[in-house]
Design a protein around this ligand. Structure first.
Ligand SMILES: [Zn+2]
Length: 284
């Protein structure tokens, strides 16, 4: 059978067959929680189906460049559709890469990118509630690195306290809640705060389409090795199913334009101090 390139939004019998095959590959590799609902008759390639196809292609050993291209172009190339429908046709290199990825996932839970998945805490776990005072964030296209101009935060317990305090502080300014999408403790724990869809108030006049990372600390503080690893992990994995959906980026973090808070126009702050060196090392 001749296969076509499938685009998000396109509806076809071929997409339904691909979704069914995707579910089989996911389930047989312990990734059943990524499976999608398969309808009768022609089916549309939704973002959810594309995510499942990308995850299955990852598990089958597709090249990293192929996976990011699928996410960027929002399409399934013929080669990937063929690979998922007929895994036996893969090259030895693909088979080996797929086996390694599955082994690593079983060891540390990482489904994409490199490195071990860091520990998370989330706004929902902390009971933080947000108000939309500035409207929708809009299309995400840029990011900012911050510090708190305050104390360092050693671990998850202290990060929870810091997030609650900062949330109350930002709410008190009439900003509707914590302005940072992610905060990172010295031990690498990530706290997911502001929902990715909400426009916050982190960088004056620049909040449209902006997401924010904050490593608590102040003048002269540098990131710990664990903090750097977690910022790097976010850069590679923030858009994947490893991150809870309300906190998940719509596209890879490396495709955004990143800058330190003070480098955005019209800012009168030193944020993020000398941590800018650490951020730049990771962003480059
Ligand atoms: Zn800042």
């Amino acid at each position: 059978m001749e296969l076509d390139v499938l685009h998000v939004g396109g509806k076809s019998d071929q997409c339904r067959a691909l979704a069914a095959a995707t579910n089989r590959r996911l389930r047989s590799r312990g990734l059943g929680d990524h499976a999608v609902v398969v309808s009768d008759g022609p089916m549309a390639l939704s973002h959810e189906v594309l995510d499942a196809v990308v995850t299955a292609a990852w598990a089958l050993g597709a090249m990293p460049g192929t996976l990011s291209k699928m996410e960027r172009a929002k399409e399934v190339p013929v080669g990937v559709a063929r690979m998922i429908r007929n895994p036996g046709l893969r090259t030895d290199e693909q088979k080996q890469r797929g086996r390694k990825r599955i082994a690593r996932m079983k060891a540390d839970g990482t489904t994409r990118g490199g490195g071990t998945k860091p520990a998370f805490i989330t706004a929902a776990q902390l009971g933080l509630s947000f108000q939309n005072v500035f409207g929708a964030k809009g299309v995400v296209f840029r990011g900012a690195g911050h510090y708190t101009a305050g104390r360092r935060v050693p671990n998850a317990t202290e990060l929870a306290k810091e997030m609650r305090t900062d949330h109350a502080f930002h709410k008190g300014k009439g900003w509707g809640g914590l302005s940072y999408e992610a905060m990172i403790a010295d031990d690498g724990t990530i706290g997911f705060g502001n929902p990715v869809s909400r426009k916050s108030a982190a960088v004056m006049a620049t909040n449209t389409g902006l997401v924010n990372i904050c490593c608590p600390g102040t003048t002269g503080d540098r990131m710990t090795a664990a903090q750097k690893a977690s910022v790097r992990w976010l850069m590679d994995n923030w858009h994947t199913a490893a991150v809870p959906s309300v906190h998940r980026l719509p596209k890879p973090a490396r495709e955004l334009g990143w800058n330190g808070h003070r480098f955005y126009p019209g800012q009168s702050t030193d944020c993020p101090g000398v941590m800018i060196e650490d951020y730049r090392e990771i962003w480059k």
